[in-house]
Write a protein that binds this ligand. Structure first.
Ligand code: C2E
Ligand code: MG
Ligand code: MG
Length: 721
């Protein structure tokens, strides 16, 4: 009951606040007010009219009496006059008629009960008519009275006065008559006006309702609804404004949808679209799972293209490969038997990011063979080199296949298993297709998980340590600094180099804690050497994920202040590929650290194909020439020229240069001749633990105190990694 009352109340409130109801109420109240004013005014005027008519009637009788009285007063025929007055009064038109002769003070009236000789008081109205010689009138209660002067026959003298009183109709009577008449007219007008006004109102409200209806349809997602833009009135203007607004919203929505579901580099659907597509087709109409193959495709050697030619080339290459995939799928579908076309639209290729693609396809009667054959064709299509800006770039594809529902109950499980199969294809040398095999996958997945867990434990205990590799002044042979390199003292597998764990650390985000630890250990050791009187500048490697972390700058400064290592003695190394991926971000992220005095080095320089324009603006102090170039300077050829060019460029831009991976005297001789100031490599010393580094360095320190500088203690090489 209470519910019904509440819903009734809501309905009533909604009805009352509705435009239509409000308009109807407005129209009715307006009509009512106008009718009240109209009826009131008309009634007042009618009343005045009635009153005037009634007085005019009495006036005309008084005139008649006055004309009768003139000869009778002249001849003193008072009795005849009295009879005449009686007969006028008897007609019922008047109540009483009186004639007064002021000369003889005789008052004649129409009342038979009074005689001529009765001494009745003279009505003041009669006296006023004689005195003023003007007609007098008054309406008292229900009686209208008119007094007129009676003129002599020649019309010069007033010989008497006449007074006629007649019953005036009752006010209530007149008013009710007038009201009845006017109310009838008003009702008629109302009956006529309300439908006309409502009709006009409907014509006004209907387009607004139409606008509202269309707006509701659009807000419910139906963008095909059209506003009445063809109207030329204000509603049309409003409709056009709405329509323009909806066009903008529609195009924004399309753009948002595109961004949300499309990969902007290749124009292929993205991961989210793939997931939704998979979900949509996962079940058959009877609710049973539809057998589908999912391929995970990863390009081989793509990173090398990206590192060597830059991301723009990488993107163009991805675009071309996506086109090949699409072309192959389309061609494949058009060549299918008509009965098999039903599977066509279900096949979808998507790009997941980087060099990863995925494809979903329903499995027909031929089962996995069809999927394997398609995977082989996709792989072969990638093998043909792509021509990007005049360069022939060749990559390969490793493809893993998993089957729904056999290999997993949902899209995440299937993708994970296809990914594992893809890794197996990569491990087998790449450019291969592998079907997911539960045992392989489990082993590989478990191995990665084990490494991640162990790395976490390593960070919590003291298994992560740092090694130092010396940097040598080529001319004097003095130690000018050291590069700090992370090492993992694994309890079972022994000392691990970064190649075994940096990638996993980056993938899992553990690189933040790892980098933190390396920097802290390096600075603490650096401070210790300062306190011992042998200060040494240190270079620490930094990954992009560290630089992207908002708190990185604060953390570096905190470690420096905690350990007391001077910022001017610290250099942070970023690889060229990382530095060039987003130069503007690198510039911003390093700003405060540079202001604090920290130097920056571009590591593995020469592998990232930096543009000169960018180099000039990047916040670096040092280039470290990648060891692949140094390894090639032994023989005459392009590597020598590359190193010479880098050195010349560095000189002109005022950068310092460190040659990495110097292993032979020949390489050192070439670098010296080419004007390279600093070198690092096994020729001088391998990365060493702090104690070993101190021991290795001792002869240099002695040399610095007076002995020839060319002494080089190479014995440390065998005891380090
Ligand atoms: P990098 O920064 O270019 O470090 C130089 C690498 O070259 C070191 O490998 C070093 O042992 C090796 N090397 C030095 N001289 C020679 C030589 O004469 N011949 C040859 N063949 N190799 C030489 P390592 O220690 O295995 O480090 C590998 C890479 O791991 C480093 O390359 C650096 O990019 C990364 N890394 C090392 N420590 C860290 C760290 O704490 N954080 C981050 N993010 N990356 C690190
Ligand atoms: Mg380095
Ligand atoms: Mg390097």
């Amino acid at each position: 009951m209470r519910d019904r009352l509440a819903s009734l109340k809501t309905w009533a409130l909604r009805g009352a606040s509705g435009l239509r109801t409000r308009f109807a109420l407005f129209v009715v109240s307006l009509c009512a007010v106008m009718i009240v004013i109209m009826v009131g005014t008309a009634s007042y005027l009618d009343y005045r009219d009635e009153e005037a008519k009634s007085l005019a009637n009495v006036h005309s009788i008084a005139n008649t009496v006055s004309r009768l009285a003139t000869p009778q007063l002249a001849n003193h025929h008072y009795l005849i006059l009295a009879q005449e007055l009686e007969s006028i009064a008897a007609s019922g038109m008047i109540r009483i008629a009186k004639v007064y002769d002021p000369k003889r003070s005789v008052l004649i009236d129409s009342d038979p009960a009074t005689s001529l000789f009765d001494r009745t008081p003279i009505d003041p109205l009669l006296l006023r008519a004689i005195d003023t010689r003007q007609p007098q009138e008054e309406v008292l209660e229900a009686t209208a009275r008119v007094a007129l002067p009676v003129w002599s026959r020649d019309g010069r003298l007033v010989v008497g006065a006449v007074l006629v009183a007649a019953s005036h109709p009752e006010l209530d009577e007149i008013l009710s008559r007038i009201w009845q008449r006017n109310a009838a007219v008003a009702a008629f007008l109302l009956l006529l006006a309300v439908p006309v006004v409502l009709k006009f109102g409907r014509g006004f409200l209907n387009p607004i309702q139409q606008l509202t209806r269309v707006a509701h349809q659009i807000s419910a997602g139906d963008f095909s609804a059209r506003f009445p833009t063809e109207r030329i009135d204000e509603i049309g203007v409003l409709a056009r404004a709405y329509s323009n607004m909806v066009d903008v919203i529609r195009s924004n929505m399309e753009q948002i949808n595109k961004l949300a579901f499309m990969d902007s580099v290749t124009g292929l659907p993205n991961r989210e679209f793939f997931r939704q597509h998979f979900e949509r087709w996962r079940l058959l109409t009877d609710g049973s799972p539809r057998r589908m193959a999912v391929m995970f495709i990863d390009l081989d050697r793509f990173k090398r293209v990206n590192d060597s030619f830059g991301h723009d080339y990488g993107d163009l290459l991805l675009g071309q490969i996506a086109q090949r995939f699409e072309g192959l799928l389309l061609g494949d579908q058009s060549g299918m038997r008509p009965g098999a076309m039903v599977h066509g639209p279900l096949r979808r290729m998507a790009r997941f990011g980087g060099d990863e693609f995925a494809l979903v396809m329903p499995l027909g009667a031929s089962g996995l063979d069809e999927a394997k054959a398609l995977a082989e064709r996709l792989m072969q299509s990638v093998e043909v080199p792509c021509l990007v800006n005049g360069h022939e770039l060749s990559v390969g594809a490793s493809i893993g296949i998993a089957v729904y529902p056999d290999d997993g109950a949902d899209v995440s499980a299937i993708l994970k298993h296809a990914d594992i199969a893809m890794y197996a294809a990569k491990a087998a040398g790449g450019n291969a297709v592998r079907i997911f095999n539960r045992t392989d996958g489990d082993v590989q997945a478990r191995e990665r998980l084990r490494m991640e867990t162990e790395l976490r434990m390593a960070l919590a205990s003291d298994q992560i340590t740092v090694f130092f590799q010396p940097k040598i002044d080529c001319a004097s042979g003095k130690v000018t600094g050291a590069e700090v390199l992370a090492r993992w003292n694994h309890p079972k597998r022994g000392l691990l180099t970064p190649g075994a764990f940096i990638e996993i650390a980056e993938e899992t985000g553990l690189i933040l804690r790892l980098g933190d630890r390396v920097l802290e250990l390096a600075c603490r050791q650096g401070r210790e050497w300062i306190d011992m009187g042998h200060p040494l500048p240190l270079a620490v490697n930094v990954s992009m994920r560290q630089l992207e972390w908002a708190g990185y700058t604060d953390r570096v400064l905190e470690i420096l202040s905690e350990t007391g290592f001077p910022p001017e003695m610290l250099e942070l190394e970023l690889t060229e590929t990382v530095a060039m991926a987003d130069p503007e971000h690198v510039r911003q992220a390093t700003q405060r650290l540079r202001r604090a005095g920290i130097r920056f080095a571009m590591d593995d320089f020469g592998t990232g194909y930096s543009s000169l324009a960018h180099l000039q603006n990047l916040p670096f102090d040092t280039f470290k020439i990648d060891r692949s170039f140094i390894a090639g300077v032994g023989e005459e050829g392009s590597h020598r020229r590359i190193v010479e060019t880098i050195l010349a460029m560095a000189r002109s831009l005022d950068y310092e240069v460190v040659a990495e991976g110097v292993e032979t005297e020949e390489q050192l001789a070439f670098l010296r001749a080419a004007g390279c100031k600093t070198a690092q490599g096994y020729l001088f010393g391998m990365p060493m633990a702090a104690t070993m580094f101190a021991a290795w360095r001792r002869p240099y320190l002695v040399a610095a105190e007076g002995q020839p500088s060319s002494v080089r203690p190479v014995q440390a090489r065998s005891a380090a990694v």
